[in-house]
Design a protein around this ligand. Structure first.
Ligand code: COA
Length: 170
């Protein structure tokens, strides 16, 4: 059984350790990091999973990003991830519990569209993400088109073209 707690109750060194173990220490070069560069994760939407012995098993962080369309208009979105579960604790339901905690919190607040780079088999099957609306989107780095996924209550509002990047407010 997972206990889900706000991520800001967890020591930041422990969070980094989980991320290194799940993604490798070269994770900072990934395109997902460039999309959210210069932003901080959103404390109200970021969570940690603890096991029955209160050991940290996984984390999820959500970030403020935007898709800037060809007319220069920024469409705010929420970037989901990294979702990270310790390798030896995967397939026990921690990933789903973390995703559901974040998405439930978002959905109660008339959610912005959510975007992520990840496996369509996992995020499509369990959480309704799709690569269909993102076919004309661009990222500030290499990415596999079928892994750029979005979830939105009304996909018709999504721009067909645009560049993803951080949503930086003054
Ligand atoms: C992807 C990840 C978050 C999933 O979390 P998890 O706790 O292992 O998964 P859960 O126990 O919640 O879910 C298990 C189910 O998801 C499926 N699943 C898990 N990872 C999957 C993947 N990458 N692709 C497709 N299905 C996957 C399992 O087959 C299982 O299906 P079942 O319920 O039909 O048996 C985790 O494996 C992880 O941290 N991986 C390394 C980092 C990563 O790739 N993160 C995602 C990108 S942000």
């Amino acid at each position: 059984m997972a206990t889900i707690v706000p991520l800001n109750t967890i020591d930041s060194a422990l969070i980094e350790e989980v991320l290194d173990r799940a993604f490798g220490s070269d994770r900072h070069a990934r395109t997902a990091y460039r999309i959210r560069e210069g932003t901080d994760w959103l404390p109200a939407l970021s969570f940690a999973a603890l096991d029955d012995d209160d050991y940290l098993t996984g984390t999820i962080q959500l970030w403020p990003v935007a898709l800037t369309d060809p007319q220069g208009r920024a469409h705010p979105m929420v970037m989901v991830g990294p979702v990270a579960v310790l390798p030896e604790r995967q397939q026990e339901g921690f990933g789903k519990a973390l995703m559901l905690a974040a998405l439930d919190t978002l959905d109660r607040q008339a959610a912005l569209p959510q975007v992520l780079i990840g496996d369509a088999d996992y995020y499509g099957r369990f959480f309704g993400f799709s690569s269909e609306p993102t076919q004309g989107w661009h990222c500030p780095g290499p990415f596999a088109r079928d892994r750029l996924l979005v979830r939105c209550a009304n996909p018709a509002v999504l721009p067909a073209d645009g560049m993803l990047g951080p949503w930086l407010r003054d």
